[in-house]
Design a protein around this ligand. Structure first.
Ligand code: NAD
Length: 383
């Protein structure tokens, strides 16, 4: 039998939404269920999660439920274990920087949820520290692995669009205030002091999506809002929601593409998916969501004539678009990126979603907030 290469992974914040579902269950445990991550030269990588959190009862329950034995509330002790080679962080954003510094000092490779830190300066420092310590590092960039965006990338690589002119994206849904219906997202997201705010949450995603598909971001102009100012938390107590819950932004990219992205926790969905990007090019257009992707070629583009006096008859504009086929099996995006990171650590395979890329995401969020504050367009890196 081919060799099994076990690797201890400290999973901090495993009781949280992302830590538990996407990273433990859908990624690390799913990797074990499939028999590990195969290595090119034979054998496979076998993740051994070491669960870390603040609540021993919750940790014990998760461990028992999934047949795991290693858990602790003592991060130092977990990091001191020689078999723990990787530190992974899915804690609330405000706790991340300190823990990552500890992990780097302990000589661990580090993989983390986004945003990498709460400020661009801190993110850059973490990138420098990780490089200086010679530890491998990575930041979750799950949206790149969504089927809809994979199809969009395929269209770009296949030259479908001709010259890409613009991108318009809509992201968001109604997050309940928590009074008469329980809120479906944790309350810290709506408090500035706890690292909340939709710009810090979503612009790190938009940065890598734009960078990888369309070009580096040159400028940003954003208007933000806190539309809902009172919410009710997990304990049923009302709190002041002072973090931005909507951002309306225009990004100019290197190469001239204009991207306009709305992000909102205060919008009711009237689209096919929770996120959609429309890309318009000289030869064709596409609308990509989480899973689906529809296209319209220049040769099949209808010629609307403006006449509000007449009702539209026949096919709706939406019906004129064609679905892009899957052509491959799409696995969970978080898992795919975990597999790539594990191969990066164990086999030295290339992995460019590193701390410096994560730091660029935080820098864009900061520039977006600055733009909103100062009411002007910010050139990235101008300060
Ligand atoms: N990649 C994505 O699509 C995506 C989506 C949502 C959230 N996230 C990121 O994942 C991280 C966690 O988000 P979540 O939605 O899972 O949050 P969550 O509130 O569900 O989980 C937070 C975790 O941090 C722990 N924690 C540690 N110190 C804490 C403290 N002082 N206060 C509160 N909790 C503390 C909690 O116990 C819990 O395990 C955030 O950084 C967020 O930006 C990423």
């Amino acid at each position: 039998m081919a060799a099994r290469r076990s690797i201890g992974i400290v999973v901090n914040g495993v009781t949280g939404r992302m830590g538990y579902r996407q990273h433990l269950v859908r990624s690390l445990l799913a990797i074990r269920e499939q028999g590990g991550v195969p290595l090119a030269g034979g054998g496979h990588i076998w993740p051994e999660p070491i669960l870390v959190g603040r609540d021993p009862d919750k940790l014990a329950a998760i461990a028992a439920q999934h047949g795991l034995t290693e858990w602790t509330t003592d991060l130092d002790a977990a990091l001191a274990r020689p078999d723990a080679e990787i530190y992974f962080d899915a804690q609330v954003t405000s706790q991340r920087e300190k823990a990552i510094r500890q992990a780097i000092t302990a000589g661990k490779h580090v993989y983390t949820e986004k945003p990498l830190a709460e400020s661009s300066a801190a993110s850059l420092e973490l990138a420098e520290l990780a490089t200086a310590a010679g530890v491998r590092n990575g930041v979750v960039q799950d949206k790149l692995f969504l089927p809809g965006l994979r199809k969009l990338k395929r269209l770009i690589d296949g030259g479908f669009f001709g010259q890409i002119l613009s991108v318009r994206g809509e992201f968001g849904y109604w997050v309940f205030e928590g009074d008469w219906q329980v809120a479906q997202r944790p309350s810290w997201n709506y408090r500035l002091a706890d690292g909340g705010g939709i710009v810090m949450d979503m612009f790190p995603h938009w940065n890598y999506v734009l960078e990888e598909l369309f070009g580096n971001v040159r400028t940003v102009q954003a208007t933000t809002a806190t539309h809902i100012t009172k919410r009710v938390d997990e304990r049923g107590e009302e709190y002041t929601a002072d973090a931005d819950d909507a951002a309306y932004a225009i990004f100019e990219l290197e190469g001239g593409i204009v991207a306009q992205l709305n992000s909102s926790w205060t919008v009711r969905v009237n689209r096919d998916e929770l996120v959609e990007f429309q890309v318009d090019g000289t030869h064709g257009s596409a609308v990509a969501g989480l899973r689906g992707c529809k296209i319209q070629h220049r040769a099949t583009t209808p010629k609307p004539v403006w006449n509000p006096d007449l009702p539209l008859t026949g096919k709706s504009f939406r019906d004129e678009w064609a679905e892009v086929p899957d052509n491959e099996e799409f696995d969970n995006g978080f898992k795919v990126q975990w597999e790539a990171f594990l191969r990066h650590v164990v086999a030295g395979e290339v992995f460019h979603w590193d701390f410096s890329s994560g730091a660029r995401g935080v820098r864009l969020a900061e520039a977006g907030l600055q733009s909103a504050r100062e009411g002007r367009r910010i050139t990235i890196g101008e300060a």
